[in-house]
Design a protein around this ligand. Structure first.
Ligand SMILES: [Zn+2]
Length: 81
């Protein structure tokens, strides 16, 4: 899909969140354990798919196949600042 997630909050201009930033903030168990490995070049640079989860947020699949993380709207809002 691309290297950034573009979010448009009501009444505001679009915000671009890089895939690498999203991945660094992934809160799944895997990423919490392997956080150090993502600091370098191993982190994926693009988003393969996005699945909306209604009021919960978004499920993002990265180019390396990782899709265990759910990004709640509150977290996405914080990343938009
Ligand atoms: Zn993760």
């Amino acid at each position: 899909m691309g290297g950034t997630l573009v979010l448009k909050w009501l009444g505001e201009s679009a915000v671009h969140i890089p895939a690498r930033t999203l991945r660094r903030h992934c809160l799944c168990e895997d990423c919490k354990i392997n956080k150090r490995d993502l600091a370098g070049h191993a982190s994926p640079d693009s988003i393969a798919n996005i699945r909306p989860l209604g009021l919960i947020g978004l499920r993002v699949r990265f180019s390396d196949g990782h899709d265990a993380g759910t990004f709640c709207w509150t977290a996405l809002r914080a990343l938009s600042m």
